[in-house]
Write a protein that binds this ligand. Sequence first.
Ligand code: URA
Length: 435
Amino acid sequence: MKFNPIEFIEKKRDGGCHTKEEIQALVDSVMNSRLPDYQLAAWLMAVYFNGLDEEETMYLTKALANSGETIIYADNEKIIDKHSTGGVGDKTTLILIPLVAACGATISKLSGPGLGYTGGTVDKLESIPNMKIHLSEVQFRRQVENIGCAVSGHSAKLAPAEKKFYKLRDVTGTVPSIPLITSSIISKKLAGGAFGYLFDVKFGSGAFMRKESDARLLAESLVSISKKLGKKCIAVITNMEQPLGEFVGNSAEVYESIMVLSGSGPSDTRELCVTLGAYMLNMADICSTVEEGLLLCENALDNGSALAKFAELIKAQGGDPLIVFNPQSIFPSTKLVYEIKSDKKGYLSKLDAKLIGEGLRALGGGRQKQEDKIDSAVAIRLLAKVGSPIKNNETILKLYYNTQEQIDRAMPYLNICWNVSDRAEKNKLIIDYIK
Ligand code: URA
């Protein structure tokens, strides 16, 4: 098909609909470097204002997914995958991979580094000494077959056109478009080969979607396009006004994950992992009801099988499996600790996830620039959550850091991230399910 980029852009500018062939031609011209960035940027902005319908979104998703290598598993392997839209203190992937694998499901997870003030699974796992996070496709597949789970950084060879689109969206104000986000997320899942997806779509101050209504629109779009593509799928809408769990920071989140996998750890992290795990087991036909899945997950956390699977995963990827039996070895071992205390009694009414994420980044636990090195030991410990009663002089946050410069940079965020009032309701964590 002869592709005329100007007519293509004008069609979307004027509210028209593209054909499958036109969208394929767009992605082909991006991959052949025939389309200048300014024309792709103009089209992205037209999509930002005029949207894509479901058919167009599906065509774009498929074309992006097929722009590079794809991993193919047999359908009867029932490989499942999960995706979180990102948050602060979100260590669910670290827990869910061994948890659902210990219950008999097979999970293949491609993950990314932290973006902005939100953490990334790759950075967290890299805090485990010697753990290899970038596996070749052969190693990845072999490990999935051998132990039922693997986690790896995204390969540049999977959905390469999506990376080109995302890079340009990031600098042209066109990231927050539901059809573009949908095609970006699902194209990477599609190239990864799983048969069922669980999406954890977060909203709130620490999430990419600030409003619950926007998270709902994204969840509905993710589910609808996944189903059109023949995938099993569920989206869970969860609250990210405050960070998840007790720790924010790379090695500290591995520590908290080990605690949850050992049957203890904070109740919110456990609740979310058990719920997401139950839906994943049900999707993989390991159990016929979600209630059964909840029991399987509770048992795997309490009887040590999920923890043993985490040790197996770490060993398979070159890390030291003994850390799971000696979690203190991964507990933040910084030179300095500082406590932020309440100057009055009442109830914790605010624990702003974005400010805490920014605080961690300022401590050195996240990147300001892509090439920055992360200090994986720095951490923020949340000693109270929204709704907790607070005494005068009680510690709210404990900061683990190494240099005065780190704390000087972080305090402007961390001094204002919390509030104590006369009254405060606890936040509901799991809001809804979209099937
Ligand atoms: N995460 C993605 O993978 N893609 C987007 O477009 C936004 C968030």
